[in-house]
Design a binder for this molecule. Structure first.
Ligand code: GAR
Length: 226
């Protein structure tokens, strides 16, 4: 059993996070907004993008958060890139690394280095639809529900103990874009909540499950009507 934080951390220093992005950064913005209104105790010490033009870097700058680009194309292979990432991340001494639309596959060395403190959001109801184009694939498969999953990261792609999932009905005339937009809305509610649970020390990893306050909770699957 691995607790996300020691209990002292609830009243002690805030969780210090590094956020990794590749694009728009709307999930990063959701964290910033919840921190601003006092709903999330989180110190985002650094935002790293692997893409120099990622709009999320602008969002970080506007919020007064340190940000940098580590461009994967400048490295000879995945391992060298991940080493550079780890070196920069570790300078911040974070206790949480948040993947928020970070579109690079990470080596097992990287993932194991941050075991139980590396979280990801994936736009599907895992274990369904790992990989890309999840919205179109859910429509094509005739799914009744589609959603997003927040999970601890393990070396296997888009797998690992699930912290929180949100689902909404797939509508008969949904296009992939419409579905994606609605899923994005629920991601912005779910991801800050999952991070809040982590920072409050309420999560425990037990095998392939995540316990909330010591048990599997109904709050870990939320249904939306959007
Ligand atoms: C989010 O929808 C997230 O679920 C997805 O990228 C988007 C990033 O949006 N992540 C993945 O597909 C990871 N496999 P954002 O940059 O606006 O936060």
């Amino acid at each position: 059993m691995v607790k996300s934080q020691t209990t002292e951390a609830i009243n002690g220093p805030k969780t210090r996070a590094v956020v990794l992005i590749s694009g728009g950064g709307s999930n990063l913005q959701a964290f910033i907004d919840q921190i601003t209104v006092g709903n999330l105790e989180l110190d985002i010490s650094l935002v790293i993008s692997n893409v120099a033009t990622a709009h999320g870097l602008e969002r970080a700058k506007l919020a007064g958060i340190k940000q940098t680009c580590i461009d994967h194309t400048q490295y000879v292979n995945r391992s060298e890139f991940d080493q550079a990432l780890m070196t920069r991340i570790d300078q911040e001494e974070p206790n949480l690394i948040i993947l928020a639309g970070f579109m690079r596959i990470l080596t097992s060395e990287f993932v194991n280095h941050y075991a139980n403190r590396l979280v990801n959001i994936h736009p599907s109801l895992l274990p369904k639809f790992t990989g890309i184009n999840t919205h179109q694939r859910a429509i094509d498969a005739g799914e009744q529900w589609h959603g997003a999953s927040i999970h601890f990261v393990i070396p296997e792609l888009d797998a690992g103990p699930v912290i929180l999932q949100g689902r909404l009905p797939v509508l008969p005339k949904d296009t992939a874009e419409q579905l994606q937009q609605r899923i994005h809305k629920i991601e912005h509610q779910l991801y800050p909540l999952a991070i809040k649970w982590f920072s409050q020390g309420r999560l425990e990893v037990r095998g392939d499950k995540v316990l909330l306050d010591g048990e599997i909770s109904e709050h870990q699957l939320q249904t939306f009507d959007l």
